[in-house]
Design a protein around this ligand. Structure first.
Ligand code: ATP
Length: 364
């Protein structure tokens, strides 16, 4: 009996379905090459489109499917011009993070070609780190607050709890242990100003004692922004509060080609959602020019996370196929200065992927 993996597919809004459909195509291409593994693909409609159709951005049936799944693959959700009656943006991806307790936003950043970075003197693999973003509290804890525009002030609470800090710090140390990197975790905080960050640092230092094989260090968030530009090669794994992670992950994506190159996995103890770090990019939706690489890299993360020898082999083959294609700097979508469409660049990856899975490993 093959091992069946129940994968929930949520396309979402804007460019979400465009890039997500291409990753599903890659899963379908790899399926016949995998021994003893079967993907059961379960598609659900979520996001602004679904809200307009049914009044529910995340219908209960879709949520139940996510709960029962082995993993969720998500394109992107939300559109800035469609909001709930109270003015709040429709962001079921944030609801999913909270309801499924997906506490760790794992965001690998890797440079594939020197032409893709605005920095000088960095070749393939010379920028290679992972940012782990706490995803259930921090400054996003106040996201439900509604500003009283007639009042004299507005405040948001930054919440740091021991349990959420411990689990995200552990995830960062485990990530550093698994990676073939510098075996270092850097806490990005603001402990020189905020007491909540002194507390976060204290919990980080406690967790660090469980991982004596991994070096632990601290950097203030403002300095981290500078160091990411000046010497990104020094980082291995970073862990940080929700809002700092939100901001630094866009900066980090900019180091390797932009939002279209930044994958992510939202990891919890009982569920995981894999999605590109970018949003629904309505400005380019429907034009077939979206860069699907972040979505494909997120798919590779999902396959690795499923942790079956065959899904790990599929993940390695997909990562290698992407690297093969990106080794030629003319093979790019418009956001990175090229002229390939979403489908065309996926075709090239698909071709390399099939060859990789059949054991033919010569680079293009
Ligand atoms: P969110 O708040 O939902 O994360 P955002 O406001 O940060 O969204 P994105 O949707 O991530 O914005 O995109 C910002 C811009 O980056 C888009 O307007 C688009 O031009 C570009 N962009 C994002 N993702 C891609 C992609 N996959 N391919 C090409 N361009 C992209």
């Amino acid at each position: 009996m093959p091992q069946s993996f129940h994968l929930v597919i949520l396309g979402g809004d804007g460019i979400g379905p465009e890039v997500c459909d291409q990753s599903v195509r890659l899963l379908e291409i790899m399926q016949p090459h995998l021994d003893g593994v079967e993907f059961q693909l379960d598609r659900h409609s979520v996001g602004v489109g679904e809200y307009q159709r049914s009044g529910e951005a995340l219908p209960q049936s879709a949520y139940d499917a996510c709960l029962a799944s082995d993993a969720v693959l998500l394109g992107a959700m939300g559109l800035p011009n469609v909001r709930y009656p109270n003015g709040k943006e429709i962001a079921p991806q944030l609801d999913l993070r909270e309801r499924l307790q997906l506490y760790g936003g794992v965001r690998p950043i890797r440079l594939y070609h020197e032409a893709d970075t605005p920095l000088k003197g960095h070749g393939p693999g010379e920028i290679d780190f992972v940012l782990v973003r706490e995803s259930t509290e921090g400054l996003f804890y106040g996201r439900d607050a509604i500003a009283d525009l007639e009042a004299d002030e507005a405040t948001n609470l930054l919440r740091i709890t021991r349990s959420a800090s411990e689990r995200v710090c552990r995830l960062a140390f485990e990530t550093a242990r698994r990676r073939d990197g510098k075996k270092t975790v850097t806490l990005i905080d603001k402990a020189n100003v905020l007491s909540s960050m002194v507390y976060f640092r204290h919990v980080f230092d406690e967790v660090a004692k469980e991982f004596l094989d991994i070096k632990a260090e601290h950097v203030y968030v403002d300095a981290a922004a500078l160091f990411l530009v000046r010497r990104p090669q020094d980082f291995d794994v970073m862990v940080t509060e929700n809002m700092f992670g939100d901001i630094l992950s866009d900066l980090a994506a900019g180091l390797v080609g932009g939002m279209g190159m930044a994958p992510s996995g939202d990891i919890g103890d009982d569920a995981a959602v894999f999605q590109p770090s970018h949003g629904s990019a309505p400005d380019i939706a429907g034009q077939s020019i979206a860069n699907p690489i972040a979505m494909h890299l997120s798919t590779a993360m999902m396959l690795e996370w499923l942790d079956h020898p065959e899904t790990r082999r599929a993940a390695d083959a997909l990562n290698a196929a992407i690297a093969d294609v990106l080794s030629d700097p003319t093979q790019r979508t418009a956001d990175m200065g090229g002229n390939l469409s979403t489908v065309e660049i996926t075709d090239k990856i698909a071709e390399r992927l099939s060859k990789r899975l059949q054991g033919e490993t010569t680079a293009v």
